[in-house]
Design a protein. Structure first.
Length: 537
């Protein structure tokens, strides 16, 4: 048995069924070891795409998503996507090839200090030292992706370690051997339950790891047991998240805010939102020391209690300790009204007949609503914000607090594999599609059909809008794009393409794309608009 065989066996024993990967010299032993292992290799066209796919797989299945890339340039290509997985709190394991340990310090081919590079964007970054330790290394890495705040882990695999014979394998670390805290103590749970029971306008906030897609049913159970509305924040626009309307007013009217793993960071204006009652405040439940320090710094005296505990475990424990509450009769309705508030939406077409962002999203929503099961994937940028505000499926993936763009096509490939019976809809702009357009070929080869809808306004609209607001229409520069036929490119890659310029043709084009059974691109010429905002109340 080689180190590569022990690595693959450990992954298979842990329930890993696929690796999202782009091949390269240093990881060929791992490819070889996958033969007959029951682990499928989904071979991508870019290393970042492999990490994005692992991220989506993790979010939809609750399992660790595993990406495998080669050394140095391949590893470096994957780093940006690791930052997105970190922000989205996704349990992802990145395995990267590495130069042989025996050649350290000699100027080896593609030698690079990968651990130092990935440390800032991972929970743990390490380099394997021997074939005998590989099983234990992988076990530790998989376990570390979970815990109080899930996130990515990186393990570098020197070529000679993968090739070496396993002589005396070190036993794997057992799950749960890590140092992450468990649920809050009984006394702390009682204190939180008491605070919620006496609040008139309580509010519970969660981060990405406890959103409705990933913590299925938990929000509803918390509302029923604790009486407090539950809101997940996972957009980089935070209080300006177009899918959450006038969220800032909800926070301002609350007399108690309980944060279940939601960082008190830029997305909350660094805690600038104030509660309505002088005696009210914030209870922050988080297992990460840095998050606790930020909460103390940003909230100051408004931080009533900081509890070092696993947010998910604590949320489930609170279900059993809930007490009858004094929630105001109209509080839930008020929160729903405010988070649903939108500034006046534009017409579906302009005066000269051009499709608007609102018209595009309304048409996609009709297709989503007709599907028996659906996953909606929203990329970033202005089109992504319209999609997040107007298109709702059974499950949703977005670009997350990191604010990166371009990963949605990669998400779609993994989403089809995780949800083979669902209709997968991806919404993005003509800027974002350019990042990973080649993954349509991956999708064709992997037989993972989905419908990607491009709102094509011929520019990088988010930056265009910034220039308009901050510098004026006479100082627009560098944000124009061509009216490219992305639909023809997708057809050339083996997918299905549709080009739409008239609203009357859009529904039929979307339906044909869905019925094609292929990875499909619906390229829609639109009049790009600024993202929708919450209406004033």
């Amino acid at each position: 048995m080689r180190g590569a065989d022990l690595l693959v066996q450990t992954l298979a024993d842990a329930g890993v069924t696929r690796l999202f990967s782009l091949s390269g010299n240093q990881i060929m032993p791992v490819y070889d070891a996958c033969i007959g292992s029951g682990i499928e290799i989904v071979h991508t066209r870019h290393e970042a795409a492999a990490v994005f796919m692992a991220d989506a797989w993790a979010q939809l299945t609750g399992q660790v998503g595993v990406a495998l890339v080669t050394a140095a340039p391949g590893f470096a290509n994957a780093l940006g996507a690791l930052y997105t997985a970190l922000g989205s709190e996704s349990p992802v394991l990145l395995l990267s090839g590495d130069a042989p340990r025996a050649q350290d310090g000699t100027g080896a081919f593609q030698a690079l200090d990968q651990v130092a590079m990935s440390a800032p964007v991972t929970k743990l970054s390490c380099r394997a030292t021997s074939a005998d330790h590989l099983g234990a290394d992988v076990g530790r890495a998989l376990d570390t992706t979970g815990g109080a705040r899930p996130g990515p882990v990186h393990l570098a695999l020197p070529f000679d370690v993968l090739q070496a014979a396993v002589t005396d394998p070190v036993p794997e670390m057992q799950p749960g051997d890590g140092s992450d805290p468990a649920a809050a103590s009984p006394a702390e749970l009682a204190a939180v339950a008491d605070a919620l029971a006496t609040a008139r306008c309580p509010l519970i906030l969660t981060g990405p790891a406890l959103n409705r897609t990933r913590a299925r049913g938990l929000h509803d159970r918390l509302v029923e047991s604790l009486g407090a509305p539950v809101i997940a924040l996972e957009s980089p626009r935070g209080l300006n998240d177009p899918s959450l309307g006038a969220l800032d007013q909800v926070l301002a009217q609350a007399d108690l805010i309980v944060s279940l793993g939601k960082r008190i960071d830029f997305t909350l204006g660094f805690g600038a939102a104030t509660v309505s009652e002088p005696d009210g405040g914030w209870i922050v439940i988080d297992g990460e020391a840095a998050a606790g320090r930020a909460a103390r710094t940003n909230l100051g005296e408004r931080l009533s209690r900081l509890i070092v505990a696993d947010p998910c475990a604590t949320a489930k424990a609170l279900l059993a300790t809930a007490k009858p509450g004094a929630v105001a009769a109209d509080w839930h309705a008020r929160v729903t009204e405010l988070t649903s508030a939108r500034s006046a939406l534009p017409a579906e077409t302009t005066s000269d007949g051009m499709i608007t962002s609102a018209g595009l999203c309304a048409a996609v929503q009709r297709q989503v609503a007709a599907a028996a099961a659906s996953v909606v994937i929203c990329d970033g940028g202005e089109v992504g914000q319209w999609a997040q505000a107007m298109v709702n499926g059974d499950e949703r993936l977005i670009n997350g607090p990191a604010g990166a763009i371009g990963g949605a096509l990669c998400y779609a490939v993994a989403a089809r594999q995780a949800r083979p019976d669902a209709a997968i809809f991806v919404l993005m702009g003509d800027g974002t599609v350019g990042f990973h357009l080649a993954e349509f070929e991956t999708a064709v080869r992997a037989d993972t059909p989905f419908v990607a809808v491009i709102g094509n306004d011929g520019r990088w609209n988010a930056e265009h809008q910034i220039q308009l607001r901050n510098y004026g229409p006479q100082r627009l520069i560098g944000c124009d794009l061509s009216p490219a036929r992305y639909d023809l490119a997708v057809a050339g890659l083996g997918g299905h393409g549709e080009f739409v310029t008239e609203l009357a043709d859009l529904d039929a084009a979307l339906a044909r794309a869905l019925a094609s059974g292929k990875p499909a691109c619906v390229n829609v010429r639109i009049d790009g608009l600024p993202a929708p905002g919450g209406a004033a109340h």
